[in-house]
Ligand binder design. Structure first.
Ligand SMILES: [Fe+2]
Ligand SMILES: [Fe+2]
Length: 308
């Protein structure tokens, strides 16, 4: 019998409690201000009559700036994410403690990134603020608002996706300070991924067919949490062309390792719709492989063209 949403919350509560303890024992306290070179900062124009922003103020490559903006705007939408998970998971017991702890940790990411970008003049602060307003006014909504297992599967993949994206953005900056900061943020995202991955692993044991269906639906419809950022398509393409986050990484470094942890292709406890969902997932992974290979070929051809 598939479990209803309330029973799932109740059955998973002890798993949340255990993994919350595990998380708290592994999470490292860190301070955004230590990652920002404050003495490099200068007052801006406007109210205080400082120097206006100029694109030449910073040496960061354009694509690194684009990726940093996407990552920061994604972090900025935290109030919407909090709303979605607090509504679904509730604010009581271990679930509530997790929801608030996770929100507090995520809050640090936006603070650190914004301070770094503003002090180093890596992006136009007026454009950034306008983009933040537009993005937050649009809000974010969970693609599976009434489905606990779908939502857990989504965040497991999404946390790993943001980990990879932060880490590779750091590398693309060529700035050891930015790289250090983004590696720190990426380490947080990894612990978040582990929390949700363990939770869904427990759900697989409770209700395997339902969990399998959730995973397949989420993988098939996956979008980055910042996918509704203005101009996201163009930005995501340049990020993919630079190898910061592309289909190959999405398939091989985000989807595959998590699917392997759940042993989705080796499980012997699936039948009916669960078995069907697993077949759909296998076909989807093959299709992603073909798409990733096509993209890599095109990118290589483009690289050679640009070199001539
Ligand atoms: Fe984050
Ligand atoms: Fe996270």
């Amino acid at each position: 019998m598939p479990l209803d949403q309330t029973s799932l919350l109740l059955e998973l509560e002890p798993v949340v409690a255990t993994n919350l303890d595990r998380h708290l024992s592994l999470a490292k306290e860190w301070f955004p201000h230590e990652y920002v070179p404050w003495s490099e900062g200068r007052t801006f124009d406007g109210l205080l009559g400082g120097e206006p922003y100029r694109p030449t103020d910073s040496q960061l490559p354009d694509v690194a700036r684009t990726a940093l903006i996407v990552n920061l705007l994604t972090e900025d939408n935290l109030p919407s994410y909090h709303h979605e998970i607090a509504t679904l998971f509730g604010r009581d017991g271990a679930w509530g403690t997790w929801v608030h702890r996770w929100t507090a940790e995520e809050g640090r990411h936006g603070i650190a990134l914004r301070d770094y970008l503003t002090v180093t003049r890596a992006v136009d602060p007026v454009e950034l603020e306008r983009a933040r307003m537009t993005h937050m006014e649009a809000g974010y909504s969970n693609g599976h608002p009434d489905e606990i297992l779908h939502s857990i599967a989504y965040v497991a993949f999404q946390e790993l996706a943001t980990r990879i994206s932060h880490r590779n953005t750091g590398k693309a900056t060529g700035d050891p300070m930015a790289e250090q900061l983004l590696a720190r943020v990426a380490a947080d995202e990894n612990l978040h991924m582990v929390f949700y991955r363990n939770l869904l692993a427990a759900a697989f044991d409770l209700d395997p067919n339902h969990a399998m269906r959730a995973v397949t639906d989420v993988v098939a419809a996956f979008e980055m949490p910042g996918a509704n950022i203005e101009g996201f398509g163009r930005k995501a393409l340049s990020i993919a062309l630079a190898g910061i986050y592309d289909l190959r990484q999405h398939r091989d470094e985000v989807l595959q390792p998590v699917l392997r942890q759940w042993d989705v292709f080796g499980r012997t406890d699936l039948d009916g719709d669960g078995e069907k969902a697993r077949e759909e997932l296998a076909a989807h992974m093959d299709e992603l492989e073909a798409q990733a290979a096509r993209f890599e070929e095109k990118r290589e051809a483009r690289r050679q063209r640009l070199q001539r």
